[in-house]
Design a protein around this ligand. Sequence first.
Ligand code: ATP
Length: 247
Amino acid sequence: MSEPAIQTENLTRKFGDFTAVDNITFEVEKGEIFGFLGANGAGKTTAMRMLTGLLTPTSGKALVSGKDVYRQAEAIKKKIGYMSQKFSLYDDLTSEENIRFYGGIYGIPDKELYRKIDEVINSLGLKDVRKKLVRSLPLGWKQKLAFSIAILHNPNIVFLDEPTGGVDPVTRRQFWEKIYEVSDRGITVFVTTHYMDEAEYCDRISIMVDGRMDAIGSPRELKENFESDSIEDVFIKLARGAERGEG
Ligand SMILES: Nc1ncnc2c1ncn2[C@@H]1O[C@H](COP(=O)(O)OP(=O)(O)OP(=O)(O)O)[C@@H](O)[C@H]1O
């Protein structure tokens, strides 16, 4: 069997005396759509920042695309894409210019980049607005553009931190169609979400409570194990015992 896309063992991050991520151990297989759930403050973003090489763990192990998060953070960054909650499109550049800018950062050669710009613009249906400033685009389009940019360099894994926050269900569904397309290309998708319907679209999900990973499995397995008829119900059963809240 090929090595997992992500492999952690007792991964932990403390801030002073506070343990934000508490000994999490899990694997994500290549090509999986892995949902990362948890209430506000459960530790999802902190875990994701460790896996993307942006934050050094306090203890434990993690290999991402076969690379060690302590020693090979720069190599990890080359093999992954990351769409953060406050995704970093430039409002005062057009969609085309944003793609060109990030393509340059990724070191994609000019000729290939021009082809990719057309490919992304066409697949997102942005043809009519490619010369418009990103500022003027609806949030759902900006999210899809940010996602397309996160996978421009064909990463092995793409990390999406609440990629569909604040848009309507139809727009969210369209975003998920993009996720499936990317997954079909063999890219592993690691996604956090607060939307329980989206959790059902994942191959497997994990649920974090107070920094711990209290459940992991396919949506079906979790519903069976927790004798629930929805992931929302599983989530509520687990979150009920949580000490951290919205604050
Ligand atoms: N740099 C930091 N210094 C101190 N505490 C931090 C830091 N970053 C995160 N925390 C704390 O760690 C806990 C986990 O935060 P994190 O952002 O990882 O949660 P989350 O599950 O991503 O939440 P949300 O869904 O709101 O984004 C929170 O209590 C937060 O206040």
